[in-house]
Design a protein around this ligand. Structure first.
Ligand code: SF4
Length: 655
């Protein structure tokens, strides 16, 4: 935000970028104006498809072929970047502006060592050559926290973890000391403890170099931890700009407030999350009024006919909404951002008999080597796990990628061979059943996955997808009855029966997840393994799916094993939680016990790494060093000991 004294580093005025889609322009960025000050982190916040990344690519002039800037100015250090010849722009990109992306693997060249890639940048944009370039490259890798930097400079990207690759990207972006770093969802693909390390690193680099950061994100927690100023984007335009403090205490635009209300939180347990009805309007539309009008609870007639202007609520707070104009169309209910309106009280937790009990579960995968493919060792993905889930209850299984969460889910369903242990469903030990006898239980135990698109057959219509389960399990053989059941199931998950002849690609991400849930419900299961079912969804769509799952549990008495890395979702939805680290459960208890007073150092570190939007709830941060070791060669003793700040001699010997 401008302070009225110094010239901003970046000033974007009325930027417009269109994408050509079969002759119809999509107005991906439509009249965007904002400023970034020297040394400031400016967050561009919004859900997918709102134009955030297109804005970044427009500034860098790295747009794909189908897109073009059709108007506006991008003044950077006193020059309009949009009028520079490409050769001068290349200089700017190398020397003063740099960009990092969400997926570092896609941006690094797989056939060059990471050192060679950083040296290439140095040699293109600085005077450094040969040994001097190599020394600078090692310095940069050290600066971003890569251990054994001299040795690791000779490694290829595939030899590095996701967190390491993101550090390499940052090192490469910082090679020329840029004054502006454009970071497009830089931590979205990373686990929360690694995210905390990368965010720390960006903050440190900013302080040391006085660099500005344009942070593009959909995560309110990351914004709260990092940003000095925030701009909220919706359907190609900025609808609100404020300082972080103002935004988090007094968000004004109805869309911003809905984003807060849709966030799952512990104090909203037992209440439905706010949802934003409808979908983002197509960007091919020529808007005659407010772009949010079709979805806004406060829309008045004027909102549909006249586009709202930018209205300054204070020196550091601008909003685009008729509620705040001279002729206000109404008023918003008062209340701090993110107030959750309670619609009911969740019944207190009571002990129920276990519907599912897992004891000493092991899933080991053989590592085969040599021409005879003989077994050289095992990946101990799940190594002696005990769990219990009562009916009508949700057990959340949390932990970072690669810790074995999904393998447990698949092991319980016998979708993977078990190496040891027992799985009891009611009074029956299903781990000992033949595949033939297991079929009887398939209808009781269902699974839904993170990415509904890849788990739904793209060539089947919705009705066939839902019917498939009914047919394969011999449920309801008559076709008339099956059709009636399909319609009922679609209605149960909030889809209308006239959608039944459509294909998966005709639906949005949230609707596809509803289809996957309808398919799982088709066989009247008693337990559903939900494997990260909302992690690919925007927060407003996530709220719809969480409301649906909660509602189905209350109506149908379902039990859930809810696999997630999102602690807010656990707080909101689960009754019990089990924390997993490298194939083992390290802590388990009720949600209140584990989340409010974690005992295991890993749980403490995991929880303290989660970005929070309310600074009063921020606990002392316990940063973890290093990353999850390989389950094929786990550390001796407690698996967590090499990363544990409290580890003693005994921890390295005995588990
Ligand atoms: Fe809602 Fe009208 Fe404000 Fe748009 S201008 S956000 S429709 S109240």
């Amino acid at each position: 935000m401008t302070n009225g004294m110094t010239q901003p580093l970046l000033q974007v005025i009325d930027l417009a970028t269109w994408i050509d889609a079969d002759g119809t322009p999509l107005r991906a960025v439509d009249g965007l104006s904002f400023e970034i000050q020297h040394g400031e982190t400016f967050a561009l916040l919004g859900e997918s498809g709102c134009g955030k990344s297109m804005t970044a690519l427009s500034l860098m002039r790295l747009l794909p072929d189908a897109a073009r800037v059709v108007g506006g100015e991008v003044n950077f250090n006193g020059r309009d970047l949009l009028t520079l010849p490409e050769s001068a722009m290349r200089e700017v990109r190398g020397n003063s502006m740099a960009m990092i992306f969400q997926e570092p693997a896609a941006s690094l060249n797989p056939v060059l060592t990471v050192g060679a890639q950083i040296r290439e940048v140095l040699e293109q944009h600085t005077e450094l050559r040969g040994n001097a370039a190599r020394a600078r490259c090692v310095e940069l890798l050290e600066a971003v926290g890569i251990p054994d930097a001299t040795m690791r400079a000779d490694e290829y990207p595939f030899q590095m973890s996701g967190g390491m690759k993101q550090r390499v990207m940052i090192a490469s972006a910082l090679a020329c000391n840029p004054s502006l770093l454009v970071a497009d969802e830089p931590t979205t693909a990373l686990d929360v403890t690694i995210q905390a390390q990368v965010l720390d690193l960006l903050r440190k680099m900013q302080q040391e170099r006085g660099m500005s950061i344009l942070l593009i994100t959909h995560d309110l927690g990351v914004v709260a931890e990092m940003a000095h100023s925030v701009a909220v984007m919706y359907a190609g335009e900025i609808v609100e700009v404020a300082t972080r403090e103002t935004f988090f205490s007094r968000a004004a635009h109805p869309y911003s407030r809905k984003l807060f209300e849709a966030l799952p939180r512990g104090d909203g347990r037992g209440s439905a999350l706010a949802v934003i009805p409808g979908v983002v309007p197509p960007l091919s539309r020529v808007f005659t009024g407010c772009r949010f009008a079709d979805r806004c609870d406060h829309a008045a007639a004027k909102c549909h006919t006249s586009p709202p202007e930018r209205i300054a609520l204070s020196e550091d707070h601008i909003v685009r909404c008729h509620l705040y104009g001279h002729e206000s169309v109404g008023s918003l209910p008062s209340g701090a951002s993110g107030t959750i309106v309670s619609t009911g009280v969740q019944p207190p937790f009571q002990a129920h008999e276990a519907l599912l009990a897992v004891t000493d579960l092991k899933v080991h995968f053989p590592i085969r080597k040599g021409i005879f493919r003989s077994v050289a060792g095992y990946v101990r993905a799940v190594d002696g796990v005990d769990l219990e889930i009562p009916s009508h209850r949700t057990l959340a299984l949390v932990g970072e990628s690669g810790c074995g969460k999904t393998t447990i889910g698949k092991g319980i369903l016998r979708l993977l061979p078990l190496s040891g242990g027992e799985v009891w469903f009611g009074a029956e030990n299903i781990s000992a059943l033949s595949h033939q006898r297991m079929r009887k239980h398939r209808k009781d135990l269902q699974i839904i996955f993170q990415d509904p698109y890849s788990s739904l057959n793209p060539r089947m219509r919705v009705t066939e997808i839902v019917e498939e389960g009914l047919r394969s399990l011999g449920v309801d053989e008559s076709s008339g009855e099956r059709q009636r059941r399909v319609d009922m199931l679609l209605e149960q998950v909030g889809l209308s029966s006239d959608m039944r002849y459509r294909y998966p690609h005709e639906f949005s991400g949230g609707q596809r997840q509803r289809i996957a849930i309808a398919r799982a419900l088709a066989v009247q299961p008693r337990l559903i393994v939900c494997d990260e079912p909302t992690s690919a969804l925007d927060v407003s769509v996530q709220a719809q799916i969480l409301n649906l799952l909660r509602d189905l549990q209350q109506r149908l008495g379902l039990a859930y094993l809810f696999i997630t890395h999102n602690i807010s979702v656990v707080e909101y939805l689960a009754h019990h939680v089990a924390v997993m680290y490298l194939g083992r459960i390290v802590e388990t208890g009720t949600v209140d016990e584990v989340l409010k007073s974690p005992k295991h150092p890993y749980t403490q570190a995991l929880l303290s790494a989660v970005p929070v939007i309310d600074p009063s709830k921020k606990t002392e941060v316990m940063r973890l060093q290093g990353e999850l070791p390989s389950p094929s060669n786990p550390p001796r003793g407690c698996h967590f000991n090499p990363r544990c700040p409290k580890a003693g001699a005994l921890c390295k010997q005995i588990y």
